[in-house]
Design a protein around this ligand. Structure first.
Ligand SMILES: *[C@@H]1O[C@H](CO)[C@@H](O)[C@H](O)[C@H]1NC(C)=O
Length: 410
């Protein structure tokens, strides 16, 4: 392990140029445009909750620009791409990987300190590459070095910008079997740390520190940076509470079928990198009981032989869509108390159920304790379908509004 790592480091060091100096932030001065208001960028998404389990965005990097697909993750900071440095544990062919060309970020650069904050990067020689390692909740990890390259970002009016941004060149990945979807080459990290691509664009004054996504239940949808596409009315908001870089909301109470459940004080992390929604042990147990009791006497039965998710039910005949059994289930509501006012996020059955390949309906709310989430609750893709979710880092608030995610905003 150590041997392989040092071998890769040596290979990478060979391609490190002696000429990279100073801060990459300097390069932003080319793209600063104080004359204009900050811009908004809209990116189409692909993917779905089931069977793919992720939503991805395609971004163009380099000159000439090359397409890379990223898993959109509001639960981590660092954007990284599988990298031919060469690579160990990459899931895509070499031709699809990013090829670094003498563009590693030196460890003395301020962006390297931002990446490692609150710790300091190890940096004995200021020209050494800036190493990173990220670990995900599902035990996956990526290790590599920061590089800087130009991104081609299109505006709504078709004009484009080519800011130089720092991201990870991941040459050593470890993922538990089904994690990193083979179709995505990397992860677009959208948490609020300084290393995030959005924060870098905000530092360059290209956009506001606001972004959001609209995940369609038919698959696809869009991601946006900036605030131009946010509707001026109808958005519900709640405060972001920030013990760390996660987008955490709450405390909130949970209602089932519009009625109190006694489940209160919930903190919820909005994480587009999570396919399903997770609740802590006690809340999960309560939800399973509520749903189970509600199904008594209804034409669905528990099935044990469908391993798609922990809990599945069989209908009278195999199902094609959740909509066929939607009326047998009830809406969950997350009620946020913001001082005197409340705001409610509705989670209708189609936002917590999936139909498995064998035509059973399965519960897309999972037991967080089983995956080591301790006491946090995670709102995943399944429960964010059909709504525009807005992460506003300027006002420290999170918003949502029903939207047609199939139509790109104009
Ligand atoms: C949730 O997971 C924990 C830890 O594995 C387990 O003890 C508990 O019984 C599970 N709850 C349910 C309802 O399955």
């Amino acid at each position: 392990m150590i041997l392989r790592l040092s071998l890769l480091l040596i290979l990478l060091l060979i391609i490190v140029p002696q000429s990279i100096q100073g801060s990459i932030f300097k390069t932003f001065s080319n793209t600063l445009s104080p004359k204009y208001p900050p811009y908004s960028f809209v990116f189409p998404l692909s993917g779905n909750v089931f069977p793919l389990g992720y939503y991805s965005v395609s971004l163009q990097i380099g000159n000439p620009p090359k397409d890379f697909t990223f898993d959109v993750d509001t639960g981590s900071d660092l954007t990284w791409v599988q990298c031919d440095a060469p690579c160990s544990g990459c899931t895509v062919r070499t031709e699809l990987q990013y090829k670094p060309k003498s563009n590693t970020v030196p460890c003395s650069d301020s962006i390297c300190s931002a990446l490692h904050w609150p710790q300091k990067p190890e940096c004995l020689n200021p020209k050494e590459q800036c190493d990173y390692e990220v670990e995900y909740a599902d035990q996956g990890s990526s290790m590599g070095a920061l590089v800087v390259d130009q991104f081609s970002l299109k505006l709504l009016d078709g004009s484009s910008f080519v800011p130089r941004l720092a991201f990870g060149c991941g040459y050593d990945q470890h993922f538990p079997s089904a994690h990193l979807p083979p179709a995505t080459v990397g992860v677009l990290g959208l948490e609020k740390g300084k290393i995030s691509i959005l924060t870098q664009l905000v530092s360059a004054r290209l956009t506001r520190n606001v972004f959001g996504h609209c995940l369609s239940s038919k698959g696809g949808g869009y991601l946006f940076f900036g605030d131009n596409v946010i509707p001026s009315t109808g958005v519900s908001w709640t405060t972001l509470v920030s013990p760390n870089n996660h987008y955490t909301t709450g405390p909130a109470e949970l209602l089932y079928n519009g009625k109190a459940t006694g489940l209160n004080g919930l903190k919820l992390i909005f994480d587009s990198g999570s396919t399903y929604t997770y609740f802590n042990r006690k809340t999960y147990q309560a939800i399973v009981n509520l749903i189970g009791n509600n199904l008594k006497g209804k034409p669905v039965k528990d099935v044990k032989d469908d391993k798609t998710l922990a809990i599945c039910w069989k209908g009278a005949k195999p199902l094609k869509s959740v909509l066929e059994v939607k009326n047998l289930f009830k809406t969950l509501t997350i009620n946020f108390k913001n001082g005197r006012t409340n705001s409610q996020l509705q989670i209708p059955p189609e936002s917590y159920l999936i139909v498995s390949k064998t035509g059973n309906v399965c519960l897309g709310i999972l037991n967080g304790s089983e995956v080591g989430l301790q006491d946090s609750n995670v709102i995943g893709d399944i429960s964010m379908q059909g709504v525009m979710v807005i992460y506003d880092n300027e006002k420290q608030q999170l918003g949502w509004v029903s939207a047609d995610c199939d139509k790109l905003p104009k």
